[in-house]
Design a protein around this ligand. Structure first.
Ligand code: FAD
Ligand code: NAI
Length: 475
């Protein structure tokens, strides 16, 4: 006998598990299906983000940052340590434990909210008047029936054409997060978010890292001034980034991997490394969903086609997160999940795409919300800009981390904040104030007139807002 639900969610990543919890809070009978297996073959809900994405990468970034600080920065505080060593196996085990805490946390939340969890692959079996039959292929095959279905099946790493991930020499994010030893030489293709975060981890641990980027500009989506400042910091750290390259043949052998490429000047080169991380973007994942059985429409990239409210072409079928258009970010997936659950309940769920923050968790961190200066210019918007360097911030000096700045962009006439861009310490946390401000349609003057604690990094935000009107107090 098949079990019947009001809402069936396929995928328990940030989009799916949050949608399931919110739907249950709204009084629906909810099932959530996820196929991810932990090392023991058991369930590991949380998707890419929890298992091989946001959480483990931040755990390794933290460990490697401690290592770097102990090696290079403790001395200036008068702390002597002797030789600092890194036990990579222990670092990876700690990362795995952090992941498991998150997996267990989600299973607990499912129980608490009375969401029925099914471990296995969910696929469309058939559509009928008023609902869908979903097959679960797992340890215990089941058929579920649901009135509404939310697809949150995420994304997979994009491979270089003809170069499959073997996770030994050619690594995706998965392999990059579980190397057993620090490679002497690490090559990375793609200087996007993963390339920079993973490149930073292994560089801090002692690898010689070279990142090959196809585009001639560094971090093209980031405000140019901020990207330039970040590049300066990465160069100083010894993270080698070659822009404007064309990657050719990639060969793997017993010793490692060799990458033939043409550099920006058109010169042929060969990069040899022990390992290669390929981080050239991700592709929406609908593998095994059997979308064709019910006529679920996909676009040419394989993403599920949805409208602004995450409705697919099928009545009662919704899709959220990486498997649909828009930025591939966990918090974007979560917001869409909440909004869809609320729409199913007849409420007015809402996601503001203009105020989704971006963070790159390197050192310095890079964070932004809203439009960049180059976008405003392209859109023909008259704007005012204000910047404030962390060098002039007392807390940053006390922390010993004065790289970077906060930059405000405000409408020339109305002073409404159009974008905030930060490169520097704790940018990931500082950006939240800018998100709130933009969500409330604040002006730069609003932030400039709010009392910020002293000494705090957030004073740089206030000062950058003052800078829009050329009235910084501390610079
Ligand atoms: P996913 O998290 O991919 O989850 C999809 C789930 O669906 C998976 O568990 C999968 O097993 C399951 N599934 C798929 N098909 C089926 C099926 N047919 N049946 C059953 N289950 C199925 N984003 C951030 O915002 N901040 C970060 O710091 C960040 N860091 C990242 C670091 C790395 C290395 C990577 C790779 C990504 C990072 N991201 C980050 C992006 C983030 O992980 C994704 O945007 C997010 O996970 C998308 O959530 P989702 O729910 O759409 O999909
Ligand atoms: P990305 O889109 O951030 O960067 C890919 C980079 O590879 C781009 O700079 C692109 O120009 C380059 N590239 C593409 N093809 C190439 C080729 N053939 N040769 C050389 N360079 C090439 O993608 P990435 O880093 O793989 O990450 C995927 C997604 O995961 C991100 O876009 C982001 O949505 C998410 N993510 C988010 C994080 C965060 O929020 N902190 C952290 C990590 C990932």
């Amino acid at each position: 006998m098949s079990q019947t639900f009001d809402v069936i969610v396929i995928g328990a990543g940030p989009g799916g598990y949050i949608a399931a919890i919110r739907a249950a809070q709204l009084g629906f009978k909810v099932a959530c299906i996820d196929e991810w297996k932990n090392a023991a073959g058991g369930p590991a809900p949380g998707g890419t983000c929890t298992n091989v994405g946001c959480i483990p990468s931040k755990a390794l970034l933290q460990s490697s940052e401690h290592f770097e600080h102990a090696q290079h920065h403790f001395a200036e505080h008068g702390i002597s340590t002797g030789t600092v060593k890194m036990d990579v196996a222990k670092m990876i085990a700690r990362k795995d434990a952090v992941v498991k805490q998150n997996n267990d946390g989600i299973l607990y939340l499912f129980k608490k909210n009375k969401v029925s969890f099914f471990h296995g692959r969910g696929s469309f079996a058939r559509a009928f008047e008023g609902g869908y039959e979903i097959a679960v292929a797992g340890d215990k095959p089941e058929t579920l029936v649901g009135k509404q279905v939310i697809v949150a099946t995420g994304s997979n790493p994009r491979a270089l054409p003809g170069v499959a991930f073997d996770e030994v020499h050619v690594l995706s994010n998965d392999g990059a997060l579980r190397m057993g030893a620090v490679p002497k030489k690490l090559a990375v293709i793609g200087s996007g978010v993963i390339g920079l975060e993973m490149g930073s981890v292994w560089r801090r641990l002692g690898a010689e890292v070279t990142i090959l980027e196809g585009l001639p500009t560094f971090l093209g989506a980031v405000d140019e001034q901020i990207a330039k400042e970040a590049k300066k910091a990465f160069d100083k750290q010894g993270l080698k980034i070659e822009l404007g390259v064309k990657v050719g043949e990639v060969k793997t052998g017993k010793k490692g991997v060799s990458i033939a490429y043409t550099d920006a000047k058109g010169e042929g080169k060969l990069l040899e490394a022990d390992k290669l991380i390929v981080s050239i973007g991700r592709v929406p994942n609908t593998n095994g969903l059997n979308a064709e059985a019910v006529g679920l429409k996909l676009d040419e990239r394989g993403a599920i086609v949805v409208d602004d409210e995450c409705r697919t072409n099928l009545p009662g079928v919704w899709a959220v997160g990486d498997v649909v258009r828009g930025p591939m970010l966990a918090h974007k997936a979560e917001e869409e999940g909440v909004a869809v659950a609320e729409r199913i309940a007849g409420q007015h769920g809402h996601v503001n795409f203009n105020t989704i923050p971006w963070v790159i968790y390197t050192s310095p961190e890079i964070a932004w919300v809203g439009r960049t200066e180059q976008q405003l210019k392209a859109d023909g918007v008259a704007y005012k800009a204000g910047t404030f360097p962390f060098l002039a911030n007392g807390r940053a000096r006390a922390l010993g981390d004065t790289t970077g700045m906060v930059k405000f962009l405000a409408d020339a006439k109305t002073d409404e904040i159009l974008g905030v861009h930060i490169v520097g310490p704790m940018a990931s946390e500082l950006i939240a104030e800018a998100v709130v401000a933009m969500e409330f349609k604040a002006s730069a003057e609003d932030i400039a007139r709010i009392c910020h604690a002293h000494p705090s990094l957030s004073e740089a935000t206030k000062e950058a807002a003052l800078a829009v009107d050329k009235r910084t107090l501390n610079f």
